[in-house]
Design a protein around this ligand. Structure first.
Ligand code: PAF
Length: 263
């Protein structure tokens, strides 16, 4: 991978662009002029500037899609004529089904990244909360040749042969935590201290397990335990859905709980 375009320069997109640049990839801001950001690591350990070149309107071999779910179709549609049979899309988004109604050119390879990294953005500044793990996989039977170089510069990145399962693992936790934090306007950890919210967590988790175990016969029916763990681990975080509500943005509900309901 020599050149890659980034669509959606929120916190996760910016962090991915930073890792890609560290791996020697020329990252351009899709649909945008030159873009600059500053990244801050936890506890003020260090910071870095990131500058992404302006879109050059050339054919796209690699595209990272890191837009919010509801913005994906509008943002991606103008780029479709630049995708071709050898293009690879890396979808780095919350939720599932974000590309479902988009007519990608035949032969486009779609890979999905499932990350437990945490970061938030305030205008041009991206504050990294935690660099955890990122799994990448999708429509390829094995990791592509460019992957090894990327792992050297992307902390916690590994190849996953069953990314759909991992997407469902994350989706179900998000389905339990995100809407309830948005309804109660509370931090993730506070869900565990409110009896009514906790009862609703149990209810949603049971529904998730019911749906997921139809998809995956070996599903461990552990959504509640995992949601409790994540709510504890991210106790002081504002969930992405609450952040959307507070900012007046359309939430990703359709691509999280909505996606589950469709199954
Ligand atoms: O969407 C989010 O905010 C995060 O995925 C999670 C795990 C709920 C933590 O805030």
């Amino acid at each position: 991978m020599k050149k890659c375009y980034l669509l959606g320069a929120g916190s996760m997109g910016t962090l991915a662009a930073y890792y890609l640049q560290q791996a020697g990839v020329d990252v351009l801001a899709a649909n945008r002029p030159l873009l600059t950001r500053r990244l801050f690591w936890p506890q003020g350990t260090h910071s870095a500037s990131l500058s992404l070149g302006a879109d050059d309107n050339q054919p796209i071999a690699f595209l990272v899609v890191a837009t919010k779910g509801p913005d994906t179709a509008t943002a991606l549609t103008p780029l479709l004529p630049r995708l071709h049979t050898a293009s690879t899309i890396i979808c780095l988004q919350n939720g599932m089904g974000t590309l479902d109604n988009i007519a990608l050119p035949q032969g486009t390879t779609v890979l999905y990244a499932v990350t437990t990294n945490a970061a938030w953005r305030e205008q041009g500044q991206v504050h990294i909360v935690a660099e955890n793990t990122t799994l990448l996989g999708g429509e390829l039977t094995q990791a592509p040749p460019w992957f090894a170089k990327l792992t050297a510069h992307w902390p916690g990145l590994s190849w996953c042969d069953d990314i759909v399962y991992e997407q469902w693992r994350k989706l179900t936790v998000n389905a339990v935590i995100n809407p309830l934090t948005a309804i109660y306007r509370c931090k993730n950890g506070e869900l565990l201290t409110m009896p009514k919210a906790f009862e609703q967590m149990q209810f949603i988790a049971a529904q998730c397990d019911r749906i997921a175990s139809r998809m995956f016969p070996h599903w461990p029916n552990d959504t509640l335990e995992r949601a409790i763990q994540v709510a504890n681990d991210t106790a002081k975080n504002t969930s992405s859905m609450l952040a959307d509500v507070l900012a007046g943005r359309t939430t990703e509900f359709e691509f999280i709980n909505g996606y589950l309901i469709k199954h």
